[in-house]
Design a protein around this ligand. Structure first.
Ligand SMILES: [Zn+2]
Length: 249
């Protein structure tokens, strides 16, 4: 049971009390890779791990509720002693826009560039992180090619913000991955709703799906009542085991 996932935030962009969606992948219950970094993610990371900064972050897309924390990450890295230099993985197609969004970030004193403090790794199809290969896939969230899912074969598939993507999940995912999927009670042109997931996916996928990015705890209860499994904040989910095995963990 080497790998687990723990969401530091499970809420939608409008729901700050549940935290902005952010998932910490752990190895042997130690921080391994943080997925997305919203305005509250670093504070939640520090409170949960008792560590100051994540060593590696993957950004799914450039909406502020998923990446606004990068400015604070830069500032804290600049000021940390000894110096910290987290690795930042992001789709290569998003790098120009990310550079523009961070272009005006800088310390009044210190003379540091953003990329002096963050180790940028542009990703085309896949990347290596500490000996493990992870793949990215473009998903359905506004403009084509502007948001990406993250897949660690055998362990997990994290959709990020998206409409249903059966063309990917029915064909690219194996038998043991836990699928973390965007879901609100009702869908909209940017996000998935319960009815969308139940209509678009077969039972093989739905049985391994855990949903996040919902609007309230009441909404989570209503999603559960329709048969989907809902991620709770700070719940540790063991990765890499089948549904049958999961019953016994
Ligand atoms: Zn978004």
């Amino acid at each position: 049971m080497d790998f687990s996932a723990c969401f530091l935030g499970v809420g939608s962009a409008r729901q700050s009390s549940l935290g902005h969606a952010c998932c910490l992948i752990e190895k042997q219950q130690r921080p391994w890779l943080m997925i997305d970094c919203g305005p509250d993610s670093l504070a939640r990371y520090a409170a949960f791990t008792h560590e100051t900064l994540p060593a590696a972050v993957f950004i799914t897309h450039l909406h502020y509720d998923h990446m606004a924390g990068l400015e604070q990450l830069f500032f804290q890295c600049c000021l940390s002693r000894p110096a910290a230099m987290p690795t930042l993985y992001i789709a290569a197609a998003l790098v120009p826009q990310l550079c523009h969004m961070l272009a005006h970030t800088g310390l009044a004193e210190g003379g540091k560039n953003v990329w002096d403090c963050l180790q940028l790794v542009p990703v085309v199809d896949s990347f290596w992180h500490q000996g493990q290969r992870l793949s990215i896939y473009p998903v359905r969230h506004h403009q084509a090619g502007s948001a990406f899912a993250l897949h660690m074969p055998g362990l997990f598939f994290f959709t990020g913000d998206t409409r249903p993507i059966p063309e990917i999940l029915h064909h690219q995912v194996g038998a043991t991955e836990t699928i973390f999927h965007d879901c609100s009670l009702k869908g909209n042109p940017s996000h998935s709703g319960v009815g969308d997931l139940l209509y678009e996916y077969d039972t093989r996928v739905l049985s391994r799906m855990r949903v996040y990015h919902y609007g309230s705890l009441q909404e989570a209860d209503k999603i559960r009542a329709q048969g989907l499994q809902v991620v709770r904040c700070q719940e540790r989910i063991i990765l890499g085991i089948s549904s049958a095995q999961r019953e016994w963990v």
